[in-house]
Unconditional design. Structure first.
Length: 371
């Protein structure tokens, strides 16, 4: 990825194979965060092409590309990573257009934005499948394309997702660095995007056990959320609403409770209130993947707060979504719930025994980790 931040650098990256979990190792430290700051430092290039190998990108073709991007995002939001291969194929198709078709600068910018969104979606799908190296590669490609598209709001979203991945992997300093870069990139974005980026930045502070920083992010999220009613949302953030922002914050509170045992009871109580609405999203309404994941977090929060009966009911609601949603990280959370339920004692009520058995039938990865 160490190529110039100009049009030739981006196009050279697009000439390689799409990321796969077999070939990509996860990065950390400056090898990762340096890309974030360079994306903010260098001017955006102008993308134009006069090649005719694949003809000219006409308005109908461009509209079709952008429609495919929207459908890919909707698939991810509702069904999770089941369509990973399809989205990767669409990325490759748009990359070929950028490299081999003819288009003016304005069209090049829109193609780059489409490419960035497909890479962002692929990155989250890979992250959700526990393929961290692959996810990072996708995110870095997305960041390059968003930079070329001159779309700082999209860049901020990608950086915030990179920060969340670093927090999940246990690299707290990387998470805080990437969150800071995301906040800087979002400075000129509308309040709705800034609210989403700020809520996700709170997870970096949660992972670091920084209660003051976490509350600062929460207060800023609420303030921005109050002002975004009339702000049009980008297509890639169409799932974002106050319920989603609350759920992200609730997830952070569960993380904080693990790191601040003195405040555990209070933090978990707050978390259950904020996670409830997303975890109880109707089974046919979007975003189903988020409902599954936050349902798993809510079940853990209830169990750790001593509300076993509610934890069991919440877990069953999450399990009901699994036939329709692919989310490996959510399954990992449900396996953690199984372990914590099992550890509560040798004698369990029948509903708990039934849930432990049901959770035990969920698939695991061949390397011993959760699938």
């Amino acid at each position: 990825m160490d190529v110039p931040w100009d049009s030739s650098g981006l196009l050279s990256l697009l000439g390689g194979p799409v990321p796969t979990r077999r070939t990509i190792l996860a990065l950390s430290g400056v090898a990762l965060t340096g890309h974030a700051w360079r994306a903010l430092q260098y001017p955006a290039p102008t993308l134009t092409a006069v090649a005719a190998e694949q003809g000219r990108v006409t308005p109908p073709l461009l509209a079709m590309v952008e429609s495919v991007v929207t459908h890919a995002q909707q698939l991810d939001t509702q069904h999770g990573g089941a369509a990973r291969a399809f989205v990767a194929d669409q990325f490759a198709a748009v990359a070929r257009l950028l490299r081999h078709a003819s288009y003016p600068a304005a069209t090049g910018s829109r193609l780059a934005a489409a490419l960035a969104q497909l890479a962002q979606t692929s990155g989250f799908m890979a992250f959700d499948a526990h393929h961290d190296g692959e996810a990072q590669r996708w995110y870095l490609l997305a960041l390059r394309a968003a930079h070329a598209a001159q779309d700082p709001a999209l860049s901020a979203s990608i950086l915030a997702l990179m920060s969340n991945q670093a927090a999940d992997r246990g690299f707290g300093l990387d998470a805080l660095q990437l969150a800071s870069a995301a906040q800087e990139a979002a400075a000129t974005a509308g309040p709705a995007v800034r609210a989403l980026v700020t809520a996700r930045s709170g997870l970096a502070h949660a992972a670091a056990g920084d209660l003051t920083g976490f509350h600062r992010m929460r207060d800023a999220t609420l303030e921005l959320g109050d002002s975004n009613a009339d702000s049009p949302l980008p297509r890639w953030a169409s799932y974002m609403d106050p319920v989603e922002l609350d759920a992200i914050t609730g997830r952070g509170l569960v993380m904080l409770a693990e790191r601040l045992p003195v405040r555990r009871k209070q933090l978990l109580g707050q978390a259950t209130l904020l996670l409830h609405a997303r975890a109880h999203t109707p089974g046919t309404a979007p975003p189903q993947r988020s409902a599954l994941r936050h349902g798993a977090w809510l079940s853990l929060a209830h169990l750790r707060n001593g509300d076993t009966d509610i934890a069991v009911d919440t877990a069953h609601r999450a399990l009901d979504r699994l036939p329709h949603v692919a989310s490996v990280r959510s399954v990992a959370l449900l396996h953690r719930l199984q372990e914590e339920l099992t550890a509560t004692g040798p004698r369990h009520p029948a509903p708990v025994r039934q849930l432990i058995a049901e959770l035990g039938r969920l698939p695991r990865r061949h390397d011993g980790g959760v699938m």
